[in-house]
Ligand binder design. Sequence first.
Ligand code: PLP
Length: 394
Amino acid sequence: MNKVVYMDYAATTYVKPEVLEEMMPYFTEKFGNPSSFYSISRDTKMAIDQGRDRVAKALGCDSSEVYFTGGGSEADNWALKGIAFAHKNKGNHIITTKIEHHAVLHACEYLEKHGFEVTYLDVDSEGFINLEELKNAITDKTILVSIMFANNEIGTIQPIKEIGQICKERKVLFHTDAVQAIGNVHINVKELNIDLLSLAGHKIYGPKGIGALYIRKGVRIDNLVHGGGQERARRAGTENVPAIVGLGKAIELATENIDAHAERLEKLRDKLIDGLLQVPYSRLNGPRGKNRLAGNANIIFEFIEGESILLMLDFEGVCASSGSACTSGSLDPSHVLLAIGLPHEIAHGSLRLSLGDGTTEEDIDYVINVVPPIIQRLRDMSPLWEDHLKKGDK
Ligand SMILES: *Cc1c(COP(=O)(O)O)cnc(C)c1O
């Protein structure tokens, strides 16, 4: 029997059957262009409105503050570039962190080539920013602070309310990439003083290629796509109606039951972490407890390469990730692991296991059983391990 244990929910999720079911009619009989005037178009227009209402309800904002995008990366790019160019007369300084998703980091690098200055805040060994450093980094040229809600690699949940408060007091706009936080953490953009927030469908059991950007009413931002009047003319193009319907249903399901969902995953996560830390020379990346994403485990196994662990786990039917899925093809260690202070050679040996709705206790037991012999086999082949043993002999 070919067993498959999927433990890469932070990379993407399956689409829930209830979500798919609501989407289906919008591929076939309910296909009208929402901008047209006949009655099949009224159906699609209403479906978009309902999707927007559901996203707004999940975030605690008004529907008119929700803009659909082609995913999380697009929402991040829009927030960064749209704010930068709309506010360049006020200032050219942006603050972010060293552990953002590449959608934010690479957008910042692009902006640096266009006259903007970016401060990349350090994080501590568990991935938290320092609020005093943030305060000190803000100048009268600062127009935007972009700090992710929860980290996709090591699960660190930032003190978002405090960050929002600082930005509000200093009259600087605050964007947060909440792609990983939605469905795991209670979010109310008004209470948290968030001006812009990015989210994506495929991390919360919705479809890929759809996301949203919350833009607080009154915030000036450049339009993303010029064309027709869709998304209040800010992101033109005929709407992806089935995906919008799917995102709406998915976010409704994800935010209905946050506490029960998080509690279940936290138990499984902690069992997994404790089980894997039995392996000698292993350690946990990111914090323990409530400030860690419920489904995230990230473990370093010294003296070996994360990539080879993945290969051997794949033989055992386990889908996992090392560092970041975006680094495939490159041998650079994850920027997040380097930012929490791991040396290059150790950062290479990381394994991220991310749990989700389909994860069972049996899955956890299975992984706790298959990982240690894999680590042992890889260490037996590793020159670094051999060196280590020789040193130990002296
Ligand atoms: C997945 C992810 C993104 C990118 O979202 P896409 O929908 O894949 O473009 C951005 N930020 C974080 C934190 C993510 O985990």
